[in-house]
Write a protein that binds this ligand. Structure first.
Ligand SMILES: Cc1ncc(COP(=O)(O)O)c(C=O)c1O
Length: 426
């Protein structure tokens, strides 16, 4: 499978107008590469679907926190869905207007709440009554009214991996619908809280949008019951969750979501969306070099220089990423192989018994659809410096994050004096 973003020219894989092999020569491997054009076109699809109604698209930064990527989305009009003080800092660095930032997450600290309140964010998506009380206390202490939405858990089932469903009663997220009205009433009595609206996020990688229909129906019911009690919402935040075709499934289009949320569009509210994966997944690839081939009699292994520390999704969720050779060659037939990394874990496996084109030591391969939850989930596990990131636009490209160095691996660490070793020659 190749895509218009990643396509072959003279049998060599390109992103937009840049050859991946050229990038590999300049930056080394492994590296992430993102297409600015693809990110822009995904954003405009979303934007276009809701053009007719007041709305804000808050990019879920956790999917790709690179400053250049966030800046690109901000330049198109995006805000951000953040989940930590670190993401608030990154959003600020990327020039995302604070008035377009929503703060999600079940475990916001007082320090994070105070910083976001001072920064003037659009709203906190509150996940529990204790959190609401803490926000109230911080607001009172800082003498600033805190804008809040309540994240409700609509208890809908979504057909996705169990680690990425979030809107079911079993999940840790949100306030049960049965408790929401009482909490809205409680919030409405505080002069330090401004009720902005209601938020949901039912899960991720959703390709069948019907659970959104049930969610919208439940939200409508809640909104009407609140109106009867004199509480009028300004914002309805639908969260993110639209899936992408990792395995060639039919893609979903935000206009399908627009049809489903149409009843909410008739209400006098601003719609907020928090897409992550939909905006950036398809724009990115992780490019890696084949280190070795190995045949054990039972299996063939292709060992590459990227590991689960670089791209965790296959190990964490058994996620599928299409794998393409950077140079096409018909010399040898395709073969079934396990594609694995160098990390000392059996889980460090990108594909099991997958039919892939024959590749040999030194060849480059690209793991497509890695722009979301790729680099942002990466780590230094096995003391492996994190990969470089490159942004491509047409025939131009920029290293938007340098490869980490060995020094980066030990930054901030100190050995107590009683353990320190005298270095020879000093
Ligand atoms: C609250 C919230 N909003 C938005 C998102 C983004 O989801 P997706 O990348 O599937 O669009 C997430 C993902 O976990 C989330 O937890």
């Amino acid at each position: 499978m190749s895509s218009p973003v990643f396509h072959y020219r003279h049998k060599s894989l390109c992103v937009e107008d840049v050859f991946l092999s050229d990038l590999a020569q300049w930056v080394g491997t492994p590296f992430y590469v993102y297409s600015a054009g693809k990110i822009g076109s995904q954003y405009l699809q979303y934007e276009g679907a809701f053009r007719e109604v007041p709305h804000t698209i808050c990019f879920a930064m956790k999917s790709n926190e690179n400053l250049a990527v966030c800046r690109l989305l901000a330049s198109l009009g995006a805000g951000a869905d953040i989940v930590s003080l670190g993401e608030l800092y990154r959003a600020h660095q990327a020039g995302i207007p604070m008035s377009k930032i929503v703060f999600s997450g079940v475990g916001k600290t007082e320090e994070e709440i105070a910083a976001a309140l001072k920064a003037g964010i659009l709203m906190f998506n509150v996940e529990s009554s204790e959190e609401l009380d803490v926000i109230h206390a911080v607001a009172q202490r800082l003498r600033r009214v805190a804008p809040v939405s309540l994240r409700v858990n609509p208890n809908v089932s979504v057909d996705t991996h169990r680690h990425i469903t979030t809107g079911h009663a079993e999940n840790k997220f949100g306030i049960p619908l049965s408790q929401a009205e009482k909490l809205f009433m409680h919030a409405s009595r505080s002069s330090w809280l401004k009720i902005m609206g209601v938020q949901v996020h039912i899960g991720s990688q959703i390709l069948d949008l019907s659970p959104f229909r049930e969610t919208v129906r439940k939200l409508q019911g809640l909104i009407e019951r609140l109106e009867e009690k004199g509480i009028f919402l300004h914002v309805v935040d639908i969260g993110g969750g639209l899936g992408v075709p990792y395995q060639g499934q039919s893609p979903v289009h935000p206009s399908e979501l627009a049809r489903i949320v149409a009843p909410l569009m008739k209400k006098n509210v601003r719609l907020v969306f928090e897409p992550g994966r939909f905006l950036v997944a398809e724009s990115g690839a992780l490019v890696s070099k084949v280190l070795y081939r190995k045949e054990t009699g039972r299996k063939k292994f292709v060992i590459v220089d990227a590991g689960m520390n670089d791209l965790l999704r296959p190990a964490l969720y058994e996620a599928h990423h299409p794998i393409l050779p950077v140079h096409q060659s018909a010399a040898l037939p395709s073969e079934k192989a396990d594609v694995v990394g160098p990390v000392c874990e059996s889980g460090d496996t990108f594909a099991r018994s997958r039919l892939i084109p024959h590749v040999k030591r030194g060849d480059l391969v690209a793991f497509l659809m890695s722009g979301a939850y790729g680099f942002s989930m990466s780590s230094q596990y096995n003391a492996r410096p994190r990969a470089a990131e490159v942004l491509v636009k047409g025939h131009e490209w920029w290293v938007v994050r340098a490869r980490e160095t060995l020094r980066d691996l030990v930054r901030g660490e100190k050995v107590p004096p009683y353990l320190s070793v005298k270095k020879k020659g000093r």
